[in-house]
Write a protein that binds this ligand. Structure first.
Ligand code: 6GU
Length: 244
């Protein structure tokens, strides 16, 4: 997969892409990430990327020309690339969106700054607008990193030995997990996990997963794939929760 990023703060991207899974995905050639400074596509003598809004009002807007020159330059050897604008006005990012983006061969991210981007950019060059949640960031850079992180880990081979991209798999939260020691400051690992009974462990985990989702994210439960056996577990959970 090829990912191009247009930003006025290219340095912001160095650290996250130089660690752990993202670093390995890049060095192993699974993903080719290129950062472009929008300023490099600005032709005026001060290399300006922003300007005052027509009609007045506070704040500055990102000028269309440098961004569009950047997009066109990247698209020259990459016609089919999908252009994504990072903006708090975009559609909310979800795991399903990450799955969809992970199917693309090529993505271009435009990181908005200041009060926003000239509307013509959005209207004529952008395929998708994404927000990562209902809060306002100082710019689209951190949001783009979030989106890219969730996409790259879904690329087959990105996760190392035995790891699978399965959180939110089937739309439920993860069950609680434990590692050694078995007793830590008097706090025990649940007995069932030490039993070696794989069937019982699977049932316990499924129930904990359903319980956690019921308590924390009932909205997810409505969308999740629930089997007949799950219905039984959910009925037990209801009783357990009532009994406190
Ligand atoms: Cl993509 N950009 C900004 N500036 N704020 C955000 C966001 C994006 N997503 C959530 N908040």
């Amino acid at each position: 997969m090829r990912i191009d990023i247009l930003t006025i703060f290219p340095e912001m991207f160095s650290s996250p892409f130089e660690q752990s899974i993202l670093k390995r995905a890049i060095t192993s050639g699974l993903v080719d990430i290129r950062i472009h400074n929008i300023r490099d596509y600005s032709h005026d003598k001060h290399r300006m990327t922003d300007d005052y809004p027509y009609g007045g009002g506070g704040g500055m807007l990102m000028k269309p020309e440098p961004i569009i020159r950047g997009v066109e330059s990247i698209k020259r050897d990459n016609q089919a690339a999908k252009v994504v604008l990072m903006t708090p006005q975009g559609i909310r990012y979800t795991q399903q969106k990450a799955v969809n983006l992970a199917r693309s061969d090529s993505l271009i991210f435009i990181c908005g700054r200041y009060e926003g981007v000239d509307e013509r950019v959005r209207e004529f060059w952008v395929d998708e607008e994404i927000s990562i949640g209902d809060y306002v960031l100082t710019g689209g850079e951190l949001a783009a990193m979030v989106v890219i992180d969730a996409v790259v880990r879904l690329i087959p081979g990105a996760l190392g030995g035995g790891e699978t991209a399965d959180s939110f798999y089937e739309g439920l939260l993860e069950y609680p997990q434990y590692t050694r020691p078995r007793c830590y400051r008097g706090m025990m690992v649940p007995e069932v996990l030490l039993s070696g009974n794989h069937q019982e462990i699977a049932i316990w985990r499924r129930k904990e997963s359903l319980k956690r989702t019921t308590i924390r994210r009932p909205d997810l439960l409505k969308e999740a794939k629930i089997s007949k056996k799950d219905e039984v577990l959910l009925a037990e959970i209801k009783i357990d929760l009532k009994q406190g």
